[in-house]
Design a protein around this ligand. Structure first.
Ligand code: NAD
Length: 288
């Protein structure tokens, strides 16, 4: 440590709450050391009302960048100087790059999702997806898949506070990508969800269902929705195998867990900070 950190070392950080469990400091610091980059990465527990002060401090300390996690992603988008196209549509950021005092906000969750599929040999271009969820992760996935050429996206959400946001996301996608078909449905309509999954190439759970305390539950209630060869992806990464993935696997689906998305959103952020590729295979082996 005393050899790595000097008076010149640049700082990066994760902000959000909680952050103590995060694997990001280990993943980034290992990669900096491996590539000989003079940066250090730490985590700060920051509440939503502290986000603006954190971004001011980022400028003051001339930090190279920050990753932003729940619950601060939408608040951070309000205080950066510029947004990437995806971050503008989504209204949230998970990566902020400090370019000589100008803060540029990006969201790499969607790119992480798409690249994780690619890592498993699956492309979204020309495909129909059904996505459960309308929160941060779901919106990032829906927008990125639309920008990357998906043919059709059917979105299902419960009639909670996220439902109106889901309708807005569909509108924004239609405005940005006129050729795509996007529809929003109530997740309580099980028959419709079964029908949409059956006619899809890829099904994604991007809700909190499957994660503790809902780890015994799945958003897919009618297992006839599954068929061999259907791609089923879950954003939940803890537990690694959710009930959704277990049941989909039993039905012969191609199953993809949320851990890879976590890795690939970090890979995309690393490139934005450093212009270099994270040693992905080594990081995967050590931390995933
Ligand atoms: P969020 O709070 O923004 O959204 C929560 C979503 O879950 C909403 O669509 C909400 O309507 C839905 N939901 C809540 N209760 C539900 C229920 N009982 N039935 C059906 N739907 C319900 O959260 P988020 O930031 O989008 O995170 C969602 C999940 O994605 C979390 O498990 C998070 O850990 C995971 N995530 C994973 C990655 C990754 O890289 N793998 C990245 C971001 C988020």
């Amino acid at each position: 440590m005393e050899q790595r950190i000097s008076g010149h070392t640049g700082l990066l950080a994760l902000i959000g709450s909680p952050v103590g469990h995060s694997g990001s400091p280990a993943m980034y610091n290992y990669s900096f050391e491996r590539l000989g980059l003079d940066y250090a990465y730490v985590a700060f527990d920051i509440q939503v009302e502290e986000v603006k002060a954190a971004l001011d401090a980022m400028k003051l300390f001339r930090m190279r960048g920050m990753n932003v996690t729940m619950p601060c992603k939408m608040e951070a988008a309000k205080h950066v100087d510029e947004l990437s196209p995806a971050a503008r549509i989504i209204g949230a950021v998970n990566t902020i790059v400090n370019d000589d005092g100008r803060l540029i906000g990006h969201i790499t969750d969607g790119e992480g999702f798409v690249n994780n599929l690619r890592d498993h040999g699956i492309e979204v271009k020309g495909k129909k997806l059904t996505v459960a969820g309308g929160g941060g992760a779901a919106t990032a996935i829906q927008v990125q898949c639309a920008l990357d050429g998906a043919r059709e996206i059917s979105i299902f959400n419960i009639k909670d506070d996220f439902f109106p946001r889901t309708l807005e996301t569909a509108e924004k996608i239609r405005a940005e990508v006129p050729d795509i078909t996007v529809n929003v449905y109530d997740i309580a309509d099980t028959d419709k969800m079964t029908e949409e999954i059956q006619s899809s190439d890829i099904f994604v759970n991007a809700t909190i269902v499957g994660m503790k305390p809902m780890d015994g539950e799945s958003v897919v209630k009618d297992l006839s929705a599954f068929r061999p060869g259907l791609v089923v992806a879950d954003v939940v990464y803890n537990p690694e195998e959710t009930r959704l993935l277990r049941e989909a696997k039993e039905a012969g689906c191609i199953c993809i867990g949320g851990k890879g998305m976590l890795l690939w959103q970090g890979v995309a952020a690393f490139r934005l900070y450093t212009g270099q590729d994270m040693p992905v295979e080594e990081v995967k082996e050590r931390y995933f």
